[in-house]
Design a protein around this ligand. Structure first.
Ligand SMILES: Cc1cc2c(cc1C)N(C[C@H](O)[C@H](O)[C@H](O)COP(=O)(O)O)c1[nH]c(=O)[nH]c(=O)c1N2
Length: 222
């Protein structure tokens, strides 16, 4: 088969998947070369999308003044978020670094234009959120391509959607999907930071797989 991956190509793909990390605190200030940024956006643009709708846009942010405004909204939202927890959990939450907005050389807002392909979209009629999920596929493509390029990505969702839209001039009909911080990094952690810091551990895959019916964990046939 001509289009089969070689062993090395397959290993490279899994390496990108398993060594991808959400990066918050390890950003270096070096600018991202335009050709590299273009490649990772092209990877995002080649994501699957419902009805081939391609509902995404990519808003690239490098102006420190704009980043500062986004960060100010993060600070407010993060305080509100911390108040959702009590006692030790709240102390631990407050010690977590959950964004790299100002340190990352590039911030990127991935959005969804729900009207991109007209009112009726192949595949969206019965599951209307599929256009939003298509944009998340683009984010994941971007995240993996960035890892292969040696760039870290951090997803920041501790933001008020209305503030994000107002600061960035996003039109009413456009939905913000992912606010991302991108840049070269000092290092990639080998496991998620939330696991390292004791917030939450990776679940056991075997506990998540059902067979034929919800909750049926019968072991697979040999
Ligand atoms: C939709 C969504 C939203 C967020 C995240 C992820 C996703 C998918 N993550 C990153 C998240 O904490 C991280 O992916 C997990 O902890 C697993 O770690 P790795 O991504 O494997 O390093 C994240 N991280 C963070 O520090 N601040 C945030 O606001 C968010 N928000």
């Amino acid at each position: 088969m001509d289009d089969a991956f070689t062993g090395a190509e397959r290993d490279a793909l899994y390496k990108a998947i398993f060594s991808r990390r959400d990066v918050r605190g390890q950003f270096l200030p070096d600018p991202i070369p335009e050709d590299v940024l273009r490649r990772i956006l092209l990877a995002a643009h080649h994501a699957p999308s419902v009805g081939f709708m391609q509902p995404w846009n990519f808003l690239v942010i490098t102006d420190p003044a704009v980043k500062a405004r986004i960060h100010a909204d993060f600070a407010t939202a993060n305080e509100e978020a911390a108040n959702q927890f009590d006692g030790e959990r709240r102390d631990l939450y407050s010690r977590l670094k959950l964004e790299g907005i100002r340190e990352a050389p590039v911030n990127l807002l991935v959005t969804c234009d729900r009207e991109r392909a007209g009112p009726v979209v192949l595949g969206r009629t019965h599951m209307p959120t599929m256009d939003l999920y298509s944009c998340v596929c683009a984010v994941q493509n971007l995240w993996l391509a960035a890892r292969a390029e040696g760039l870290g990505v951090g997803w920041v969702s501790i933001l008020h959607e209305s503030a994000l839209k107002a600061i960035l001039g996003v039109p009413e009909r456009i939905v913000p999907i992912a606010y991302l911080c991108l840049g070269r990094v000092s290092h990639f952690e080998s496991t998620p930071e939330l696991a390292i810091k004791g917030w939450r551990q990776r679940l056991d895959l075997d506990d998540l797989i059902f067979r034929d019916r919800w909750d049926n964990r019968d072991s697979p046939p040999d």
